[in-house]
Design a protein around this ligand. Structure first.
Ligand code: PRX
Length: 566
């Protein structure tokens, strides 16, 4: 096995043009992610190489070569064009992790439309907010999720089609159309839409502190960064079998669960099933997984299951382990060294960055608890939160900031230019997180700089939860905040005042929890509801979540004079 290049070697003379050359792209050319992840590999002689090894919770299996990816994504692209979907229109993927999700993603991009993946566990309200905001033209889904779409259909005048991948046309209603990918006539040649570097590609909704979720608009040029970061940070080698735990409803599941591996011509394995330690280890053993990209909450859940179960499986195929989404605690790194013989490598990035920006690289000395160092070509630092000047002292806390202009940076928030503009200061993009940098240049995560709740690596916006809480007849006012949790890092907690005529009770608590679970998602469901007589507010009447959050974390509230005067 070749020795991975050192961090200094990777940095020497770095230029994103390295990725452009390797992908055969010259500035100004057509660049289409759908084509680059399928047709291009076939042209390079990988047509018969396995691209996707798929299995679901019942043990059903499917395999797709790069040529299958090419033809099936052509077939979907052709079908969408036939329905009259136009380039630039948003097509939502609302599917479990079935092959149609992965292939459909490429197909949408091939015909020039924008792929809008949404987590299939979302309830009707979460779905409606995101489809309405994006003016989505079509949604590709499964029969089991159709009831949620039917419920909100009237509120979505732009939604012309619901495309159902596993139901006969006879069972569908008006504006619903059946599409069976594997039964459709295969389309060998499809005229790829000539997208350019700046053409919109993927629209991912992400949560902020204020307002409803924002649509982070990615562009086709993002593949330049996703390709190279996947290759260097995940340490891909040609015969790898790669497994990414993330669902493509979130950015990790597209940047490194579709684009990164397939741009590199890697075989990836997908398990369409929730967490189950035994099943996961069986999956690694069965498919001889070599590179595994996971998340701290999953690792902590595996830690809880203990080492005994690991000894029952042959996991010797594993070569490289990486993690993303939340702080990776040192215990998890040390445990992984002990039980797998190799550490998880923490990586840091976000929906808006599109690619890994800070990482522990293969071969680099890991300091457990640190996120590692910036990817070559990424200028990252920490800024003083008041002046936005560089913090020039090792170990001092500051706001994580990036110099704009890397290839997978989003081009903006959909319909919300001001929201994106607000993320920049003094020529830096602010991630909304706090960290320190040590004397060796390693970044250490300290926390978020806003009220967003990170539960199991998924961001939940307090405003979205609070809006949904107001939909409960008993709720007068509410505040959603993070509460520490040993496994999920944080969970949602809601403080609620009730309307006159309602009494706080255990039944009411359950009713409210269920309401959020169904309308938003299980992730957004408060794990605890505290009924209170009043909520802390500024003089102008704005609820101050920070006071409640500090209470949950047993932290001092600090100086409130500025917010209270607001
Ligand atoms: O707060 C940081 C946290 O997750 C946020 C990004 O979330 P999202 O846009 O949903 O993308 C998640 C996957 C890329 C960040 O602003 N985060 C991500 N990675 C880490 C992290 N926090 C600590 N350590 C990490 N390695």
């Amino acid at each position: 096995m070749s020795h991975p290049p050192s961090y200094d070697e990777l940095n020497a003379n770095f230029d994103w043009a390295i990725a452009e050359r390797e992908l055969g792209y010259r500035p100004g050319d057509v660049i289409n992610i759908g084509w680059m992840c399928s047709d291009r590999l076939c042209r390079l002689g990988l047509a018969q190489k396995l691209a996707l090894l798929w299995e679901d919770y019942q043990g059903n299996q499917k395999r797709f070569t790069y040529n299958d990816l090419r033809v099936c994504s052509n077939t979907i692209a052709h079908f969408l064009s036939g329905l009259g979907i136009r380039p630039g229109e948003r097509v939502c993927l609302f599917l479990d992790r079935v092959p149609e999700l992965y292939v459909g993603f490429l197909g949408i991009l091939k015909m020039g439309a924008v792929a809008q993946p949404l987590f299939s566990a979302f309830g009707d309200e979460s779905l409606c907010v995101r489809l309405k905001d994006a003016g989505t033209a079509a949604i590709i889904t499964q029969k089991k999720h159709l009831h949620k779409i039917r419920k909100i259909r009237e509120q979505l005048p732009n939604l012309r089609y619901a495309i159902v991948v596993d139901a006969p046309q006879a069972s569908l209603q008006e504006r619903e159309t059946a599409f069976a990918m594997e039964q459709a006539s295969p389309v060998q040649d499809f005229p790829i839409y000539p997208t350019k570097a700046e053409s919109p590609s993927v629209l991912h909704y992400t949560s902020g502190t204020t307002g409803q979720p924002k649509g982070a608009q990615h562009v086709h040029y993002s593949i330049i960064a996703q390709y190279l970061t996947a290759k260097w940070v995940l340490g891909f080698q040609p015969d790898d079998i790669y497994w990414c735990n993330a669902d493509p409803g979130w950015v990790t599941g597209t940047s490194y669960g579709i684009i990164g591996p397939w741009a590199n011509g890697i075989t990836q394995a997908v398990l369409d099933s929730g967490f189950n330690a035994g099943k996961w280890y069986e999956f690694i053993e069965k498919y001889r997984v070599t590179v595994w990209y996971s998340a701290p909450t999953a690792i902590r859940l595996l830690m809880k299951e203990g080492a005994e179960i690991i000894r029952k499986h042959d996991l010797s195929s594993l070569r490289h382990l990486a993690s993303v989404g939340e702080p990776l605690n040192p215990e998890a790194v040390n445990w992984s060294r002990e039980v797998f013989g190799k550490p998880f490598h923490d990586t840091f990035w976000q929906t808006e960055t599109g690619c890994i920006v800070i990482a522990n690289f293969p071969g680099m000395e890991i300091k457990p608890g640190s996120m590692g160092k910036p990817f070559p070509g990424i200028t990252a630092t920490v800024l003083d939160p008041k002046t936005y000047e560089l913090v020039n002292r090792a170990g001092a806390a500051g706001l994580i900031a990036l110099r704009p202009g890397w290839p997978s940076q989003i081009c903006g928030y959909w319909n919300n230019a001001a929201g994106y503009q607000a993320k920049f200061r003094n020529g830096w993009y602010l991630c909304g997180d706090r960290a320190s940098i040590d004397t060796d240049g390693y970044f250490w995560f300290m926390g978020r700089d806003d009220d967003v709740i990170n539960t199991g690596g998924h961001l939940v916006g307090p405003f979205e939860v609070e809006s949904a809480l107001l939909g409960c007849p008993a709720v007068a006012e509410s505040a959603a905040v993070a509460k520490p949790d040993p496994v999920n890092m944080e969970v949602v907690k809601a403080y609620v005042t009730v309307k006159q005529g309602f009494q706080p009770s255990d039944d009411l608590e359950l009713e409210i929890m269920n309401h959020i679970r169904k309308r938003l998602s299980p992730l957004a469901m408060p794990q605890e509801i505290e009924f209170v007589d009043s909520l802390p507010k500024t003089r102008s009447g704005k609820i101050v979540r920070r006071i409640l959050r500090c209470k949950e974390f047993h932290e001092p509230v600090g100086d409130l004079s500025t917010i209270m005067d607001d």
